[in-house]
Write a protein that binds this ligand. Structure first.
Ligand SMILES: NC(=O)c1ccc[n+]([C@@H]2O[C@H](COP(=O)([O-])OP(=O)(O)OC[C@H]3O[C@@H](n4cnc5c(N)ncnc54)[C@H](O)[C@@H]3O)[C@@H](O)[C@H]2O)c1
Length: 443
């Protein structure tokens, strides 16, 4: 099928490359010329394991192209995917300006039948807005006879595992109001579910739009539930890992998304929880659990930073003389994405208390620099960053941090204390080597 992917970010690039991998003819378009130049010069502007190889293979096979030329992309395709950002407004509402701008642009240039697909995460009712904007633009040009359909196809890939998620989805959701597009989308996605037999769920558009937010809000709540309990574990002297085992072995609960940490972050959970709350508000309904999730997550992010700060305050240390080395900046491992990463909150809080911060992340340093600038020191090696440090705080659970050379760490640090924000190290081993150790919810 002929596809154009409007927006070549984390979702658009992966989705476009994977559709091409299945033999479709794909153009990815982006208004960011720098991004498109990188792609046309053989680079990849984001870090996602395996993506470079898939892009290279499909560019060579003439199934994948990149352009800033919107007209070229739209006239090329029958399926027009909108995969632009939907950031949150000041009050948490999803900002649809990019989505509706793209819809308008499509209406301004389309000359034949198109299926316009909301791939971005958009609030319930957005498909109607997209339809309205396109119709308006067609009318302005006297082209109201040109037919089009609007489909909701929310994306569930996870950064760091995006290719695998897209190539073998647990489910595909298609929100449509007619059988013609339902059949088209079954054909498009059939190669992705052929080996797993996982379902392609055809549903009404509003339910599809809501299903995406419901999934993210539920997962955010699950993470937050274990985080709240972890604070209680710290207070009563219980171990959250053992509590998790006790809960997670119940098949009704399951062990996933039950790992305590410094709060959820990333480009999706925080904004999607907020947007869902706002959608309900506009309908005169209040989502009490989602509101509590958001509030508890804010507290969780502060909790880890306070744990660090309080440790030195209790020693009566002069905080301006303290240097904390941080391992991990990205909101999760295997991505360069630091949008809403808990590390940013922790760092800001340490800095506000006068503590000096040095950081190491295997992939996320460039993106961190764009946000934090020269407020902190960036060190290119995970051991060098510890040289003379008064504490190590682990914020992202990159594999390379899981079995570190502890004696070497102890030699390098001025004060051997580890704040393990992801509970990835073995407390008894660490303590036996003479470190002070603080996890999250480990008593
Ligand atoms: N990142 C994820 O893990 C993920 C997962 C599922 C769903 N989503 C959703 O997918 C959407 C996109 O997320 P993302 O992380 O890929 O965002 P992103 O910021 O990485 O990419 C968006 C891209 O759209 C481009 N863009 C904006 N306006 C444009 C226009 N008018 N014409 C052409 N290009 C334009 C931007 O330049 C940018 O490259 C969001 O709604 C997000 O919530 C994201």
């Amino acid at each position: 099928m002929k596809i154009c992917m409007i927006g070549s970010g984390y979702v658009g690039l992966v989705t476009g490359a994977c559709f091409a991998e299945m033999g479709n003819d794909v153009i990815c378009v982006d208004e960011n010329k720098e991004k498109i130049d990188v792609l046309n010069n053989g680079g990849v502007p984001i870090y996602e394991p395996g993506l470079k190889e898939v892009i290279e293979r499909n560019v060579q096979g003439n199934r994948l192209r990149f352009t800033t030329d919107f007209n070229e992309a739209v006239s090329h395709c029958q399926l027009c995917f909108i995969a632009v950002g939907t950031p949150q407004d000041k009050d948490g509402t999803a900002d649809l300006k990019y989505v509706l701008q793209v819809a308008r642009q499509i209406g301004q240039v389309m000359e034949d039948y198109k299926v316009i697909i909301d791939k971005s995460t958009v609030p319930v009712g957005t498909a109607d807005k997209v339809r309205g904007v396109v119709t308006e633009e067609l009318k302005k040009r006297g082209r109201e006879h040109i037919e089009f359909d609007v489909v909701s196809n929310p994306e569930f890939l996870k950064e760091g595992n995006a290719l695998q998620d897209f190539m073998r989805p647990e489910r595909v959701i298609i929100g449509t109001d007619n059988v013609r597009t339902a059949a088209l989308f079954k054909e498009l996605y059939d190669p992705f579910i052929r080996t797993t037999n996982n379902p392609i769920l055809i549903m009404d558009i509003k339910s599809a739009e809501l299903a995406k937010y419901a999934s993210n809000a539920f997962l955010a709540t699950k993470v937050t539930f274990i985080n709240e309990l972890a604070i209680l574990c710290d207070k009563v002297g219980a171990d959250i890992s053992q509590v998790r085992e006790g809960m997670g072995t119940d098949s009704r609960i399951g062990p996933r998304f039950l790992l305590a940490g410094p709060g959820y972050g990333g480009s999706c959970f925080p904004k999607d929880v907020q947007a869902l709350i706002q959608t309900a508000k506009t309908m005169g309904h209040s989502l009490e659990i989602c509101q509590a999730t958001h509030k508890a997550n804010q507290r969780q992010k502060a909790y880890f930073a306070e744990k660090i700060i309080n440790y030195y305050k209790e020693q009566n240390a002069d905080l301006s003389e303290i240097t904390i080395a941080i391992w991990g900046l990205t909101f999760k491992p295997k991505t360069d994405d630091i949008r809403e990463a808990p590390a940013l909150d922790v760092i800001e809080k340490l800095l506000a208390n006068g503590i000096n911060v040095r950081v190491f992340d295997p992939i996320g340093m460039d993106n961190a620099r764009k946000i934090l600038g020269d407020k902190i020191t960036y060190v290119d090696d995970n051991y060098e960053v510890l040289d003379g440090a008064d504490g190590l705080a682990i914020i992202t659970e990159w594999n390379m941090f899981k079995s570190p050379d502890l004696p070497r760490i102890k030699d390098l640090m001025k004060i051997p204390v580890i704040f393990d924000g992801r509970n990835i190290l073995n407390p008894s081993e660490i303590k036996s080597l003479g470190f002070n150790y603080f996890g999250i919810g480990r008593g």
